[in-house]
Design a protein around this ligand. Structure first.
Ligand SMILES: Cc1ncc(C[n+]2csc(CCOP(=O)(O)OP(=O)(O)O)c2C)c(N)n1
Ligand SMILES: [Mg+2]
Length: 312
């Protein structure tokens, strides 16, 4: 059990701007709709939801510009929606329908759009992002490359090779670690010796651990970090202690019932609903209805077609 990973559920969340709340709820309802469609046999392949972790990309959204690069992972719907607010394109991608961001060949995990790239291969993004950060340092100073990765991905050697070069070369590389305490079915304590902070510091890379799940608090903590990465051209590791409210993928949750209940007790969604019922009720209903429309629209489209000429 991970009782002290994040602040106690009794601390009231900060009231959010409507736009932030809408984005949180868009991600939430988008992913609930995906799980629902999988349950009804309407989707194929796989998907990993970020239920409970939506606040991370929402907190980061205003701290990034379109000129920064974002590298996402297997659990990337929230990262994509926070960057593009494009549920139609993402759902079409997952369903293989017309209007898909990558013509339906990438699916849930492999998306390329402008300066956004996701991969389902754990750790792959870190060296790629280090290379991009080197390019940015040379040609577009002040811009950064951000990589989202999980706690379990610190088992990949490529992460350390990239951190080493990023430290040596002073690269504007920001690693955002969504530490949800588990990697598929393996608790972090069973696979990670030492700590993420200790590993970052071994390379002389700064590390900040954030335990709040409050969008505003997380944003305030990250604001000086991004400024520093940009201004000093230096790598940084930010570790956010978070909770995976849903299964690893669609229905595969190996945790004990009390562990799942613990994650749910820390879920921002229920806590925010309780703290601000009026604001929450209006926006929750609005985003739920919007996602239902998106699903109806995209499900009614013909299959997407791979066209070599459109590859861009
Ligand atoms: C190189 C590689 N090995 C194994 C997998 C299978 N896999 C997908 S997600 C995952 C667990 C990832 O855990 P973590 O990094 O903590 O991210 P989380 O799923 O908790 O967000 C594994 C083992 C993979 N995608 N890539
Ligand atoms: Mg994890």
């Amino acid at each position: 059990m991970t009782a002290t990973r994040t602040e106690a559920p009794t601390i009231a969340p900060t009231r959010l701007a409507d736009a932030d709340l809408d984005l949180l709820l868009l991600i939430r309802h988008f992913e609930l709709a995906l799980l629902d469609m999988f349950g009804r046999g309407e989707l194929h392949g796989t998907t990993h939801t970020c239920l409970g972790q939506e606040y991370v990309p929402v907190a980061l959204r205003p701290l990034l510009t379109d000129d920064d690069f974002v590298f996402s992972n297997h659990r990337g719907h929230g990262h994509y929606l926070a960057r593009f607010a494009d549920p139609h394109g993402l759902l079409a991608e997952v369903m293989g329908r017309e209007g898909a961001v990558c013509q339906g060949v990438g699916g849930s995990q492999h998306i390329l759009r402008d300066r956004y790239l996701s991969t389902g291969v754990q750790g792959e993004s870190v060296p790629v992002a280090a290379g991009v950060a080197l390019h940015l340092k040379r040609t577009e100073p002040g811009r950064l490359a951000l990589v989202y990765l999980g706690d379990g991905t610190w088992g990949e050697g490529a992460v350390y090779e990239a951190l080493n070069m990023a430290a040596l070369w002073g690269l504007p590389l920001l690693l955002v670690v969504e530490n949800n305490g588990i990697a598929q079915s393996t608790p972090t304590v069973a696979q990670l010796a030492g700590s993420i902070g200790g590993r970052a510091r071994a390379f002389g890379v700064d590390h900040l651990r954030v335990t709040s799940t409050d969008t505003e608090v997380v944003r305030a903590a990250l604001t000086p970090v991004l400024r520093r990465v940009r201004e000093r051209s230096t790598p940084y590791v930010v570790e956010l202690l978070t909770h995976r409210v849903g299964p690893h993928s669609k229905g595969d949750d190996s945790r004990r019932p009390e562990e799942i209940a613990h994650a749910r007790a820390h879920d921002w969604y229920a806590r925010y609903a309780q703290a601000y019922p009026e604001q929450f009720g209006v926006h929750d209903e609005r985003q739920r209805a919007y996602v239902a429309q998106v699903v109806a629209d995209v499900a009614g489209r013909p299959a997407s077609r791979w066209a070599e000429a459109d590859r861009g």
